[in-house]
Design a protein around this ligand. Structure first.
Ligand code: PMP
Length: 351
């Protein structure tokens, strides 16, 4: 069997599955409910034409890196662009993690930290988040001292809990970790705190960002890493040559130039408060405080609620079968219409 030829690390893997159920309200994948900015839509034909798709894309995304650098007060030598930040996590693993190296990350958190660690054949050190899914920095530091890991990953705000780790605690970790520290800021725009300003002080730190969330470009697959030039050079050694296609590069540039993100983030943050306030008044569920564009909710019977929501045309992410998240569902903040309807449905289901 071909399966028998698989590397031992890969045997037993399951496909990354996403729900493909068609629903009126898609609130499962931490996307934003907006389409491209007007100025990008108006110029779409020009943008696609200028992408010259008969040629290979710019392998190092120079124009896009320039623009991203401007946005985060850095230089283009501080930036690497990836086919989504997913790809950059994989690049980091490929560059730095050998079989049997230790990788430290929180659980519950973004599932790909575990998957890429397993593909690398690393030893996983999974640090449970504490009460109400808050980071326990003492546990992180204890593990770093014990295992001297090659890689520590922090997700801030954390997906799927929405909880955060404070700057002082990140610095405590940076002070003790001799390996690489990744701070995944995929949801940064909804939170507002960053450690990008520390990239030259802590040369072994990489900050990860994405255009999939606040910028609404999940379908284009554009993520980026911010770090010091030596680190970026090391990551470039293992990056595939033409990893980001030219249409994605061109549209991403246009969207960054349109500068609509601030208003959109304000809208989502306002809706997060609306949803949080509405849900907190309902008996029979627990709502976790979130700094991202989603809320984690806990129910006595999450499966029942998930299926009832589906019947009513709402798709959320079901984590109820997950060991560290049992009883929980994650809902992505949507439009006012979607959020009002969600609150109404939850009231009906739990009454
Ligand atoms: N990091 C975190 C914390 C995420 O939640 C996600 C997407 N779910 C990613 C990285 C990957 O994002 P993308 O590949 O779309 O940039």
């Amino acid at each position: 069997m071909i399966y028998d030829l698989l590397r031992d690390e890969i045997k037993g893997f399951k496909n990354y599955e996403v729900s493909n159920i068609e629903c009126k309200y898609k609130m499962d994948a931490n996307e934003v409910p907006f389409s491209l900015p007007e100025s990008t839509l108006e110029n779409l034909q020009e943008i696609v034409k200028s992408a010259n798709v008969n040629r290979y894309p710019d392998p190092v995304s120079i124009k896009l890196r320039d623009k991203l650098a401007e946005k985060c007060s850095a230089s283009k030598d501080n930036i690497l662009v990836g086919n989504g930040s997913d790809e950059i996590i994989h690049i980091i693993m490929n560059a730095f993690v050998s079989p049997d190296d230790f990788v430290v990350y929180p659980v519950p958190s973004f599932s790909m930290y575990r998957v890429y660690s397993e593909i690398a054949g690393a030893n996983k050190v999974e640090i449970s988040l504490g009460e109400d899914y808050h980071y326990d920095v003492v546990e992180f530091i204890k593990s770093i001292k014990e295992y001297d890991p090659k890689l520590v990953i922090l997700c801030n705000p954390n997906n799927p809990t929405g909880t955060t780790i404070g700057r002082d605690d990140i610095i405590k970790i940076l002070e003790v970790n001799r390996g690489i520290t990744v701070v995944d800021e995929a949801y940064y725009e909804f939170f507002g705190e960053t450690v990008i300003d520390l990239i030259n002080k802590y040369k072994n730190m990489i900050v990860l960002r994405t255009l999939s969330k606040a910028y609404g470009l999940a379908g284009l697959r554009v993520g980026y890493a911010v770090s010091n030039p030596e680190m970026i050079g090391c990551l470039n050694l293992v990056k595939s040559p033409y990893n980001v296609n030219s249409i994605s590069q061109a549209i991403a540039l246009s969207v960054l130039e349109a500068d609509t993100v601030k208003d959109r983030v304000e809208y989502i943050k306002n809706e997060r408060k609306f949803l949080m306030d509405g849900l907190s008044k309902i008996d029979g569920l627990k709502v976790y405080n979130s700094q991202a564009n989603f809320l984690l909710l806990k129910f006595d019977d999450a499966d029942y609620v998930y299926n009832k929501l589906l019947e009513k045309g709402i798709l959320v992410r079901d984590f109820s079968g997950d060991n560290e998240l049992s009883g929980t569902l994650r809902v992505t903040i949507g439009t006012r219409e979607a959020n009002s309807y969600f609150i109404k449905c939850i009231k009906e289901i739990l009454s």
